[in-house]
Each structure stands twice: as structure tokens, then as C-alpha cells.
Write a protein that binds this ligand. Structure first.
Ligand SMILES: [Zn+2]
Ligand SMILES: [Zn+2]
Length: 290
């Protein structure tokens, strides 16, 4: 209990139980507008009890956020949002998996970090492969731009599309995807993405809790019981795509019927911090703190 007190404070107090935690927040470490320090400051200004930093496929912003949170007296939950894909379906679809790690120390997550690095390399490699295919198809692109992006982030199809437009190979962005880079097209190279089950295992192997993010975006509710069978801990029921109303009710009921913890988060990239939250009581349930 001592460690939990150090981390979350007096979890039996009304202040904690009724506290509001925004459990889904992005920073400049992925595609957010604010640095980890600035977003922690903003959380304090908005009167939040705490927040989870959940950048896409990286834990890199967490150390800075932890330092800021300690200074400012904001409770920080270490998190991540993993991009995964269900490829066995008729139409492959994307699922985002949130991972939350208890405690004041950065998660010890060697397997997860190794897999994220591998994924990033394959994403970079994927862009290069598509550029090679385009060259074979008579559309060479200056590859200087790839190096520049490979150093900072991923080389996605959006960037390649822009270069094709600039080179005059196509007239519109739509044409790029319908003729060349869309799934099944001559220059398309498939992703090597995480599967949701693998993401769940990686989070839990690092002592974390796995929560399916914004289930309305995947819109494949049949996946949820399968994830529960694999050990899923929670469902993000409150989210900008699932505002108060019928859809949110639907997910709250689904979570209840499957015995899942409930979370809420704003998915703040540049606005809306604190608009959707998780109560302290819900946080205790998620982390199985008795
Ligand atoms: Zn997401
Ligand atoms: Zn997100």
C-alpha cells in the first residue's frame, strides 16, 4: 500500500475517488501539439487530478512527463497507445490498444520496446520498398527526402503521395491511392503490424493493464469478447467519438456485461484536454487496488 500511496496518494479519500483523470493524451513525442511538460501543466490548470500520457507506439515522452508531474503535483499514469491491425477479417481493420503501467518508475518493458523498434524499422522500410516499386514502374522519386524523414519519424504513404504529385506523375491524391499505393495496387507493400492480442500480451508482460481504445472507431464489437478471453482489462467507454448518449451507454453496458473496467479519455492532440475522464474509483478497479 505504501508504494501506491507514493504513486497515487490517499486512494480512500473522497478527493481521490471522485477525482478526474484524463487517461488518453498525446504529446509532441507522437502527434500532439504540446510537449509532455506543457500538457502536464495544462492538466493542472484545468483542475484534473491526473492524466495518462499515451503517445502512439512510443514511451519516449514519459520520463519528461514524470519529472513535470512530480514538480507540479499532478498524478501521472505511464501509458502508451499501440496501433494494431486485425488481418484475419474479410476487410482488415485497425484497433488501438492502450497500455497503462502502475507506479512511479518508468515501465520495465524490454519486449514491448524491442517490438516497437522493429515495427518502426519495418514502417521505414515499407516506405522505401514502395518508392522502389514506383521506380520500377517508371516513376522514380528523389529519395533524399526519405532520409530526412527516416531520422525523425516514419515514411508513410501520405508523404510519398505528395512527392508523386509534386513530380507530376498523378493529378490528384485520390489517383495515387486508387492506382498505385492503395491496398492491392502495383506499388503497395503491406504493413507488418501488431495484432491486438500481441499488443495485449506485450503490455501485460510489462506489468501493465490493457484497455481497448475508442471501440466505436474499430466498430467490430465481436472482437471485444475475444480480447476478454485473452485477458483484456478494460474498455475506453468515454471518448470524443463516444460522447454522452446512446453509443456511450452501449459501451458502458458492454463493459459491465463482460466484467471490464471502464475508462475515459479525451484523446487530446491539440484540444479538449479533460473533456472525457476516468474517476479515481474507476482507476482503482483498473489497477486492481483493493
Ligand atoms: Zn486511437
Ligand atoms: Zn489516441
Amino acid at each position: 500500500m505504501n508504494n501506491i500511496e507514493k504513486w497515487l496518494g490517499d486512494v480512500r479519500s473522497d478527493e481521490f475517488l471522485q477525482g478526474r483523470f484524463d487517461m488518453h493524451v498525446h504529446t509532441t513525442t507522437s502527434d500532439g501539439l504540446w510537449s509532455p511538460t506543457d500538457i502536464v501543466r495544462l492538466a493542472k490548470e484545468r483542475g484534473l487530478s491526473g492524466l495518462a500520457i499515451t503517445d502512439h507506439d512510443t514511451l519516449d515522452g514519459l520520463a519528461e512527463a514524470a519529472e513535470a508531474a512530480e514538480k507540479m503535483g499532478v498524478k501521472l499514469i505511464f501509458g502508451v497507445e499501440l496501433s494494431t491491425e486485425v488481418t484475419e477479417a474479410d476487410e482488415p481493420y485497425e484497433v488501438h490498444m492502450l497500455g497503462y503501467f502502475p507506479g512511479l518508475e518508468l515501465p520495465d518493458a524490454p519486449q514491448l520496446l524491442a517490438r516497437l523498434r522493429e515495427q518502426q524499422q519495418s514502417r521505414r522500410g515499407r516506405g522505401l520498398k514502395m518508392v522502389e516499386k514506383l521506380a520500377e514502374l517508371g516513376m522514380p522519386l528523389d529519395t533524399g527526402f526519405l532520409q530526412e524523414y527516416a531520422e525523425n519519424g516514419s515514411v508513410g504513404r501520405g508523404l510519398i503521395a505528395r512527392k508523386m504529385l509534386e513530380a507530376g506523375y498523378v493529378q490528384t491524391r485520390e489517383e495515387v491511392f486508387s492506382k498505385w499505393l492503395g491496398q492491392g495496387c502495383p506499388a503497395y507493400v503491406p504493413h507488418q503490424r501488431l495484432q491486438p492480442m500481441e499488443a495485449l500480451r506485450l503490455v501485460q508482460a510489462s506489468g501493465g493493464m490493457a484497455v481497448m481504445a475508442h471501440p466505436a472507431q474499430a466498430a467490430h464489437d465481436e472482437l471485444v469478447p475475444q480480447l476478454v478471453a485473452a485477458g483484456l482489462n478494460g474498455l475506453e467507454c468515454r471518448h470524443p467519438d463516444q460522447p454522452a448518449g446512446a453509443l456511450q451507454e452501449h459501451y458502458l453496458q458492454l463493459a459491465a456485461s463482460l466484467g471490464l473496467s471502464v475508462t475515459g479519455g479525451s484523446d487530446c492532440h491539440d484540444s479538449g484536454l479533460g473533456d472525457f475522464t476516468t474517476s479515481g474509483a474507476e482507476l482503482l478497479k483498473l489497477f486492481k487496488i483493493k
